[in-house]
Design a protein around this ligand. Structure first.
Ligand SMILES: [Zn+2]
Length: 137
């Protein structure tokens, strides 16, 4: 039997899957190494972006391939309980799109980084360097 209330359980689950994940830490390390300053999980911004660079008005979302239905292998939907998952993933996808649209409308540059792409640190570096102005240290 589950010893947590549904609400607590759902809070725990959402923390597990959305905060301080390994890919997110990799992006933070890379940004830090490039000399950028950033804030984390700004609740006052639509969609609570994982990483925010206020100075460059840039919001970064680190998406897990499974939960955000990436078009890669890891983003494949489970075969059982198809209806439940389709429904859930469609909602996630719609919410992601609405969040990006709202942030962009408010003048934010949004960067979506996929878990499976982050492993390639060279390409990650290139993506960040392209999106962000050069730092003059
Ligand atoms: Zn992926």
């Amino acid at each position: 039997m589950d010893t947590f209330t549904a609400e607590t359980r759902s809070r725990i689950m959402s923390r597990i899957r959305s905060k301080d994940t390994k890919p997110e830490l990799a992006v933070r390390r890379m940004l830090h190494g490039m000399g950028y300053r950033f804030r984390l999980h700004r609740k006052d911004l639509r969609g609570k972006p994982d990483i925010v660079l206020p100075k460059y008005r840039t919001a970064i979302f680190v998406h897990g391939c499974f939960w955000h239905s990436h078009s890669c292998m890891k983003g494949r939907r489970p075969a059982s309980n198809a209806e439940f998952w389709n429904d859930k993933f469609s909602r996630n996808k719609r919410r992601d799109a609405a969040n990006l649209k709202a942030l962009r409308a408010a003048g934010w540059q949004c960067l979506v980084l996929w878990e499976c792409h982050i492993r390639d640190s060279e390409s990650l570096h290139r993506k960040l360097a392209t999106a962000l102005p050069k730092r003059h240290i």
